[in-house]
Write a protein that binds this ligand. Structure first.
Ligand code: G3P
Ligand code: MG
Length: 248
Protein backbone atom coordinates (compact mmCIF):
# COMPACT_ATOMS: atom_id res chain seq x y z
CA UNK A 1 0.00 0.00 0.00
CA UNK A 2 1.48 3.31 -1.09
CA UNK A 3 0.13 6.36 0.68
CA UNK A 4 0.43 9.98 -0.41
CA UNK A 5 0.05 12.41 2.50
CA UNK A 6 -0.75 16.02 1.58
CA UNK A 7 1.79 17.82 3.77
CA UNK A 8 0.06 20.49 5.92
CA UNK A 9 -2.84 19.96 3.52
CA UNK A 10 -2.25 20.79 -0.14
CA UNK A 11 0.16 23.44 1.06
CA UNK A 12 1.49 24.42 -2.37
CA UNK A 13 -1.98 25.65 -3.40
CA UNK A 14 -3.47 26.99 -0.15
CA UNK A 15 -2.12 28.29 3.16
CA UNK A 16 -0.69 25.43 5.22
CA UNK A 17 -2.67 23.89 8.06
CA UNK A 18 -5.93 25.61 7.09
CA UNK A 19 -9.30 24.05 6.32
CA UNK A 20 -8.96 25.24 2.71
CA UNK A 21 -5.66 23.38 2.29
CA UNK A 22 -7.16 20.22 3.75
CA UNK A 23 -10.39 20.41 1.78
CA UNK A 24 -8.31 20.63 -1.42
CA UNK A 25 -7.32 16.99 -0.82
CA UNK A 26 -10.75 16.05 -2.12
CA UNK A 27 -9.98 17.72 -5.49
CA UNK A 28 -6.98 15.42 -6.02
CA UNK A 29 -8.33 12.16 -4.63
CA UNK A 30 -5.83 12.30 -1.77
CA UNK A 31 -7.34 10.47 1.20
CA UNK A 32 -4.55 11.25 3.71
CA UNK A 33 -3.15 14.57 4.86
CA UNK A 34 -0.64 15.70 7.47
CA UNK A 35 -1.18 18.61 9.85
CA UNK A 36 0.52 20.06 12.90
CA UNK A 37 -1.27 20.74 16.17
CA UNK A 38 -0.49 22.89 19.19
CA UNK A 39 -2.31 24.25 22.23
CA UNK A 40 -3.48 27.75 23.17
CA UNK A 41 -3.43 29.28 26.64
CA UNK A 42 -7.06 28.34 27.34
CA UNK A 43 -6.55 24.72 26.26
CA UNK A 44 -7.95 25.07 22.73
CA UNK A 45 -6.07 22.81 20.32
CA UNK A 46 -5.35 24.33 16.92
CA UNK A 47 -3.68 23.49 13.63
CA UNK A 48 -0.44 25.44 13.42
CA UNK A 49 3.18 24.64 12.67
CA UNK A 50 5.18 27.40 14.35
CA UNK A 51 5.23 28.51 17.98
CA UNK A 52 4.95 32.13 16.82
CA UNK A 53 2.34 33.78 14.61
CA UNK A 54 4.77 35.74 12.47
CA UNK A 55 5.27 33.54 9.40
CA UNK A 56 1.70 32.38 8.72
CA UNK A 57 -0.61 35.11 10.01
CA UNK A 58 -1.05 38.88 10.00
CA UNK A 59 0.05 38.98 13.64
CA UNK A 60 3.26 38.42 15.54
CA UNK A 61 4.11 36.94 18.92
CA UNK A 62 3.46 33.71 20.71
CA UNK A 63 0.76 31.24 19.60
CA UNK A 64 0.38 29.97 23.16
CA UNK A 65 -0.57 33.47 24.39
CA UNK A 66 -3.83 33.24 22.40
CA UNK A 67 -7.28 32.13 23.54
CA UNK A 68 -10.02 30.68 21.36
CA UNK A 69 -11.82 34.00 20.87
CA UNK A 70 -8.63 35.56 19.49
CA UNK A 71 -8.80 33.20 16.51
CA UNK A 72 -11.67 35.22 14.95
CA UNK A 73 -9.40 38.28 14.71
CA UNK A 74 -6.41 36.59 13.08
CA UNK A 75 -5.93 36.21 9.34
CA UNK A 76 -4.07 32.98 8.58
CA UNK A 77 -4.48 33.12 4.80
CA UNK A 78 -3.63 36.49 3.35
CA UNK A 79 0.13 35.86 3.72
CA UNK A 80 -0.34 33.14 1.10
CA UNK A 81 -2.62 35.00 -1.30
CA UNK A 82 -5.45 37.54 -1.46
CA UNK A 83 -8.00 34.83 -2.22
CA UNK A 84 -7.38 33.35 1.23
CA UNK A 85 -7.97 36.56 3.14
CA UNK A 86 -9.85 35.89 6.41
CA UNK A 87 -8.90 32.22 6.52
CA UNK A 88 -8.75 31.29 10.21
CA UNK A 89 -6.44 29.13 12.27
CA UNK A 90 -8.59 26.00 12.55
CA UNK A 91 -9.36 24.21 15.79
CA UNK A 92 -8.87 20.47 16.16
CA UNK A 93 -12.64 20.15 16.57
CA UNK A 94 -13.16 21.71 13.14
CA UNK A 95 -10.58 19.37 11.67
CA UNK A 96 -12.29 16.28 13.07
CA UNK A 97 -15.62 17.48 11.64
CA UNK A 98 -13.97 17.97 8.22
CA UNK A 99 -12.43 14.49 8.32
CA UNK A 100 -15.86 13.03 9.02
CA UNK A 101 -17.59 15.15 6.38
CA UNK A 102 -15.12 14.36 3.56
CA UNK A 103 -13.96 10.93 4.74
CA UNK A 104 -10.34 11.99 5.06
CA UNK A 105 -7.61 10.36 7.13
CA UNK A 106 -4.95 12.26 9.04
CA UNK A 107 -1.41 12.16 10.26
CA UNK A 108 -1.63 14.56 13.18
CA UNK A 109 1.79 15.80 14.25
CA UNK A 110 2.06 17.05 17.84
CA UNK A 111 4.22 20.18 18.09
CA UNK A 112 3.96 21.92 21.50
CA UNK A 113 7.67 22.67 21.43
CA UNK A 114 7.26 25.91 23.32
CA UNK A 115 4.81 25.10 26.10
CA UNK A 116 5.06 23.77 29.65
CA UNK A 117 4.84 20.08 30.53
CA UNK A 118 1.41 20.78 32.05
CA UNK A 119 0.16 22.31 28.79
CA UNK A 120 1.57 19.34 26.85
CA UNK A 121 -0.39 16.95 29.08
CA UNK A 122 -3.54 18.97 28.39
CA UNK A 123 -2.81 18.80 24.66
CA UNK A 124 -2.50 15.02 24.73
CA UNK A 125 -5.68 14.60 26.78
CA UNK A 126 -7.56 16.96 24.43
CA UNK A 127 -6.31 15.08 21.38
CA UNK A 128 -7.44 11.80 22.89
CA UNK A 129 -10.93 13.24 23.51
CA UNK A 130 -11.14 14.73 20.03
CA UNK A 131 -10.26 11.43 18.35
CA UNK A 132 -13.28 9.87 20.05
CA UNK A 133 -15.41 12.09 17.77
CA UNK A 134 -14.12 10.44 14.59
CA UNK A 135 -16.60 8.34 12.65
CA UNK A 136 -16.01 4.62 12.24
CA UNK A 137 -13.69 3.99 9.32
CA UNK A 138 -11.64 7.16 9.71
CA UNK A 139 -7.94 6.45 10.20
CA UNK A 140 -5.20 8.43 11.88
CA UNK A 141 -1.53 8.34 12.82
CA UNK A 142 -0.17 10.48 15.66
CA UNK A 143 3.44 11.61 15.16
CA UNK A 144 6.01 13.77 16.90
CA UNK A 145 9.69 14.59 17.02
CA UNK A 146 9.30 14.27 20.80
CA UNK A 147 9.32 10.59 21.91
CA UNK A 148 8.27 11.51 25.46
CA UNK A 149 4.99 12.97 24.17
CA UNK A 150 4.39 9.98 21.94
CA UNK A 151 5.03 7.48 24.72
CA UNK A 152 2.65 9.36 26.97
CA UNK A 153 0.00 9.47 24.25
CA UNK A 154 0.40 5.75 23.58
CA UNK A 155 -0.27 5.05 27.26
CA UNK A 156 -3.37 7.26 27.06
CA UNK A 157 -4.66 5.69 23.86
CA UNK A 158 -3.03 2.30 23.24
CA UNK A 159 -5.09 1.68 20.11
CA UNK A 160 -3.56 4.73 18.36
CA UNK A 161 -0.97 4.17 15.65
CA UNK A 162 1.98 6.41 16.50
CA UNK A 163 5.04 7.50 14.53
CA UNK A 164 8.45 8.79 15.58
CA UNK A 165 9.76 11.60 13.40
CA UNK A 166 13.50 11.76 12.75
CA UNK A 167 15.64 14.38 11.09
CA UNK A 168 18.51 12.92 9.08
CA UNK A 169 21.14 13.95 11.62
CA UNK A 170 19.22 12.34 14.51
CA UNK A 171 18.96 8.95 12.78
CA UNK A 172 21.86 7.44 14.65
CA UNK A 173 22.24 4.12 16.40
CA UNK A 174 19.61 4.70 19.08
CA UNK A 175 16.67 5.12 16.65
CA UNK A 176 15.50 1.56 17.32
CA UNK A 177 15.61 2.00 21.08
CA UNK A 178 13.49 5.17 20.72
CA UNK A 179 10.96 3.34 18.55
CA UNK A 180 10.66 0.47 21.02
CA UNK A 181 10.47 2.77 24.02
CA UNK A 182 7.59 4.81 22.54
CA UNK A 183 5.76 1.76 21.20
CA UNK A 184 5.67 3.33 17.74
CA UNK A 185 4.46 1.33 14.76
CA UNK A 186 5.69 3.84 12.15
CA UNK A 187 8.95 5.62 11.49
CA UNK A 188 8.87 8.98 9.67
CA UNK A 189 12.40 9.85 8.51
CA UNK A 190 13.45 13.01 6.70
CA UNK A 191 13.82 12.57 2.95
CA UNK A 192 17.15 14.33 2.51
CA UNK A 193 20.02 11.84 2.80
CA UNK A 194 17.78 8.82 3.39
CA UNK A 195 19.38 5.67 1.89
CA UNK A 196 18.00 2.38 0.59
CA UNK A 197 19.99 0.59 3.29
CA UNK A 198 18.23 2.56 6.02
CA UNK A 199 14.80 1.90 4.49
CA UNK A 200 15.60 -1.83 4.32
CA UNK A 201 16.68 -1.80 7.97
CA UNK A 202 13.45 -0.07 9.08
CA UNK A 203 11.36 -2.51 7.06
CA UNK A 204 13.29 -5.52 8.38
CA UNK A 205 12.21 -4.49 11.89
CA UNK A 206 8.59 -4.46 10.76
CA UNK A 207 7.95 -0.71 10.77
CA UNK A 208 5.73 1.28 8.44
CA UNK A 209 7.99 3.87 6.78
CA UNK A 210 6.60 7.26 5.69
CA UNK A 211 9.11 9.83 4.39
CA UNK A 212 8.92 13.64 4.55
CA UNK A 213 8.99 15.82 2.51
CA UNK A 214 9.14 14.48 -1.07
CA UNK A 215 8.34 16.95 -3.81
CA UNK A 216 9.43 15.23 -7.03
CA UNK A 217 7.94 12.24 -8.80
CA UNK A 218 11.37 10.68 -9.43
CA UNK A 219 12.26 10.65 -5.74
CA UNK A 220 8.78 9.37 -4.87
CA UNK A 221 9.26 6.49 -7.31
CA UNK A 222 12.71 5.73 -5.96
CA UNK A 223 11.47 5.63 -2.37
CA UNK A 224 8.47 3.46 -3.22
CA UNK A 225 10.74 1.07 -5.10
CA UNK A 226 12.92 0.87 -1.99
CA UNK A 227 9.83 -0.26 -0.10
CA UNK A 228 8.63 2.84 1.74
CA UNK A 229 4.93 2.84 2.56
CA UNK A 230 4.16 6.52 2.18
CA UNK A 231 5.46 9.95 1.37
CA UNK A 232 4.52 13.42 2.56
CA UNK A 233 4.40 15.97 -0.23
CA UNK A 234 3.50 19.63 -0.67
CA UNK A 235 2.49 18.81 -4.28
CA UNK A 236 0.03 15.92 -4.26
CA UNK A 237 -1.53 17.52 -7.34
CA UNK A 238 1.66 16.72 -9.32
CA UNK A 239 1.90 13.14 -8.21
CA UNK A 240 -0.47 10.72 -9.91
CA UNK A 241 -2.34 8.31 -7.71
CA UNK A 242 0.17 6.05 -5.99
CA UNK A 243 -0.91 3.08 -8.07
CA UNK A 244 0.11 4.95 -11.23
CA UNK A 245 3.62 5.86 -10.14
CA UNK A 246 6.18 4.15 -12.38
CA UNK A 247 7.90 1.06 -11.17
CA UNK A 248 11.35 2.07 -12.40
O1 G3P B 1 5.27 15.14 9.66
C1 G3P B 1 6.23 15.36 8.67
C2 G3P B 1 6.74 16.77 8.69
O2 G3P B 1 5.65 17.63 8.75
C3 G3P B 1 7.69 17.04 9.83
O3 G3P B 1 8.27 18.30 9.77
O4 G3P B 1 8.52 20.67 10.26
O5 G3P B 1 7.11 19.98 8.35
O6 G3P B 1 6.35 19.62 10.69
P1 G3P B 1 7.51 19.71 9.77
MG1 MG C 1 4.48 18.54 10.31
Amino acid sequence: MRTIFAHRGVSSLAPENTLSAIKLCTDYQVRWFECDIDILHDGTIVLFHDSTLDRCTNRSGSLFALNRQDLDQIDAGNWFGDEYRDERIPTLEQLIAMMNQYQLNANIEIKSGDVSAEASHRLLAGLDRALNQLDDGREYIISSFNPMLLAEFKRLRPQARVACLFETHTLNDDWHMIMEWTGAECIHPQNEGLTQQQVQLFKSKGYQVNVWTVNTKDRANQLFNWGVDGIFTDFPQHLPKYSQLNDV
